[in-house]
Ligand binder design. Structure first.
Ligand code: MLT
Length: 410
């Protein structure tokens, strides 16, 4: 009989969002009359149609595939030059990034998980709590942790607690870490890091020869001009940071799939004998071996996000979702709850009423208000006592969620 990767047996229950979906399904099966009333503000999945500029570019690309003269088979695994260059010109101008340091993929969830392929064993891995669960679960799968304790914290990970006191932005630890996951604007809390806070992290990484894995999937939602969009805005980051970005939330690509990783050639790890090795060459090798590139029509659609029309259309999508976030924030504040996020991020992070746990709040909102939220404890034990409301929805649904929240708390 084949042996299995026993690390999978250490994982806690199901992945958070399928678990939520399972509970919602069970509820709707038991209460079919309520099914139509359910409003989903759980998973951060976009609701608004793909921008017209993106659709037009994809139509043209599909038609090109219908003509032998313009047909394209396998593309470059790392992504087409037209998209890599458009990303640099529009997202990283003057930040010292070149097009061959951008790797196109089909999603940041996959990228942040797959990146572990190129790192060795024995790294000290720092992870915030609460956190996007993919970072934790993929480290468990990779064998980088021991077992979970009764609070769900895995032995071997260095947890960086985030709470109301530090406004959900972790400070640098006193311990030495080798790999550090940072996500700003943050999923789930919606917190953003200031330039000064990111500068501290870059200094820490350089001092400790560590690498920052910087997830900037939500950067397009930043409203405050003082808040950095990229870790490369911080001096020194080109030597110690990898950045993950996505078209999912800004361009509405959750169903279309396109993302990218930026790996400056100056970022190095060390081999077993201590020789510094550029991470870029390892990821390039990995990508070429395990990935055949995002599809041509999808990459054409992604490039259209940076066209003049595309930029205007994306900006109106962002305004729509941030308008939702504002309503959800204001409604929660009006109920006397403590509220974080929702200002530079599409997630609103809300304290549960006194004495109510995260999952109790989830059940209450589902069963009594037919609104799906995400329990804060699903993102780590420090998320207990909070819930996350996603602003990805129609305006009509958001207004109704605000009304039902108020009704629940009355
Ligand atoms: C979330 O709701 O946290 C996100 O949608 C998850 C993701 O982007 O994978």
């Amino acid at each position: 009989m084949a042996t299995i990767n026993s690390n999978f047996l250490k994982l806690k229950a199901g992945y958070l969002f399928p678990e939520i979906a399972r509970r919602v399904k069970a509820y709707t099966e038991a209460n079919p009359d309520k099914a139509a009333r359910i409003i989903r503000c759980g998973i951060g999945d976009v609701t608004e149609p793909l921008p017209a500029a993106v659709r037009e570019a994809m139509h043209v690309a599909v038609d090109e595939q219908g003509d032998r003269a313009t047909f394209k088979g396998y593309g470059p695994e790392q992504g087409y030059e037209f998209l890599r260059q458009a990303i640099v010109d529009n997202q990283f101008a003057n930040l010292g990034i070149s097009a061959d340091e951008v790797f196109i993929s089909d999603g940041s969830k996959c990228d942040t998980g797959n990146i572990l392929d190129i790192f060795g064993k024995g790294n000290v891995i720092a992870i915030t709590d609460p956190v996007y669960p993919v970072y934790v679960d993929t480290n468990v799968m990779a064998g980088n942790t021991g077992d979970a304790d009764e609070n769900g914290a895995y032995e071997g990970l260095l947890y960086l607690p985030c709470n109301a006191e530090n406004e959900f932005v972790a400070g640098v630890p006193s311990e030495k870490a080798d790999l550090i996951y940072l996500c700003f604007p943050n999923n789930p809390t919606g917190a953003v890091a200031t330039r000064a806070q990111l500068t501290e992290w870059v200094a820490y990484a350089k001092k400790n020869d560590a690498i920052i894995l910087f997830d900037a999937a939500y950067e397009a939602f930043i409203q405050d001009p003082e808040v950095p969009h990229s870790i490369y805005e911080i001096e020194g980051a080109l030597d110690c940071a990898i950045e993950f970005r996505s078209f999912s939330k800004n361009g509405g690509f959750t169903g279309v799939r396109c993302a990218y990783v930026v790996i400056p050639k100056s970022v190095t790890g060390r081999s077993d004998d201590g020789t510094p090795i550029p991470i870029h060459q390892l990821w390039s090798r990995r990508h070429s071996t395990k990935f055949n590139g995002a599809s041509y029509p999808v990459q054409k659609g992604a490039a259209a996000v940076f066209s003049e029309e595309g930029k205007k259309q994306v900006s109106s999508l962002i305004n729509h979702y941030m308008g939702n976030a504002k309503l959800l924030r204001e409604a929660s504040i009006a109920l006397g709850l403590k509220v974080f996020g929702g200002v530079n991020a599409p997630y609103v992070w809300v304290s549960c009423p006194q004495g109510v746990s995260s999952w109790q709040m989830f059940d209450k909102m589902l069963q009594e208000a037919q609104v799906v939220i995400t329990p804060g404890s699903g993102f780590g034990s420090a998320g207990e006592g909070y819930f996350r409301i996603s602003a990805f929805n129609t305006r009509e649904n958001v207004v109704e969620v605000c009304r039902r929240l108020k009704e629940q708390m009355a």
